[in-house]
Design a protein. Structure first.
Length: 223
């Protein structure tokens, strides 16, 4: 029995999609460093979507345009996703299918977190961990690589964000079925020295469960 062209192409399509999970923004390998972990990193899950909550002072040094927009909050919540789906005020089946199979482009969501993320997101699941200097540097490089630059090298600001003091920016990479917002969060954690496989972290639950097992305490991890 002969196979249809679609059937013959299916394995190639699957391999191509799985390989695309490692495309931009790619994991950044942290340099070997023996200094103790002292930098707080949180991951917040809002149900279906996760984001990285990074120290604002550190990211402001890497991205001074954020200082102009937000000033000096304690943290930034950073999320990545599909341009159309992430900005939508109402989620439809059409938007979901477009994001999964023919996304228009990527977008980065930045939210100023003035104090502990537990205060800003009291209804969300939050897991904290701790990074050393090299891991923080690799994470910040990964986050910076997630922003698309304009001709002048500056961040490209779009519409105001979804909640709080927030802003959308153009992003790099392409969202699809096997490269979700949660895969992006997992790439950030891998960049931060946590041994998890991003390509298999498609859901918020899978990311939070993995981090709960891999988290590292700081001397004091405030709530």
């Amino acid at each position: 029995m002969s196979l249809s062209p679609l059937t013959r192409l299916a394995p190639l399509l699957i391999v191509t999609l799985i390989g695309a999970c490692s495309t931009a923004p790619a994991v950044v390998q942290p340099k070997a460093h023996s200094d103790p972990p002292k930098h707080l990193l949180y991951v917040v899950s809002h149900g279906w979507h996760t984001g990285l909550v990074v120290p604002a002072a550190a990211l402001n040094r890497t991205e001074p345009a954020l200082v102009e927009r937000f000033g000096q909050p304690a943290f930034y919540e950073i999320g990545w996703g599909d341009n159309g789906f992430y900005q939508a005020r109402k989620i439809t089946t059409g938007l979901t299918l477009q994001a999964m199979f023919w996304a228009r482009g990527a977008i980065v969501h930045v939210v100023a977190v003035p104090d502990s993320p537990h205060l800003s997101f009291p209804r969300s699941q939050i897991v904290g961990t701790c990074l050393n200097n090299a891991e923080l540097d690799a994470l910040l490089t990964f986050v910076s690589n997630s922003f698309l630059r304009g001709k002048s090298g500056r961040l490209v600001a779009l519409a105001p964000g979804l909640y709080g003091d927030a802003q959308f920016y153009e992003g790099t990479g392409r969202y699809h079925l096997l490269n979700t917002c949660n895969t992006w969060t997992a790439k950030g954690l891998r960049s931060a020295g946590h041994a998890l496989e991003p390509r298999f972290k498609l859901t918020a639950g899978s990311v939070m469960s993995a981090l709960a097992d891999l988290r590292r305490p700081c001397a004091a991890l405030p709530r």
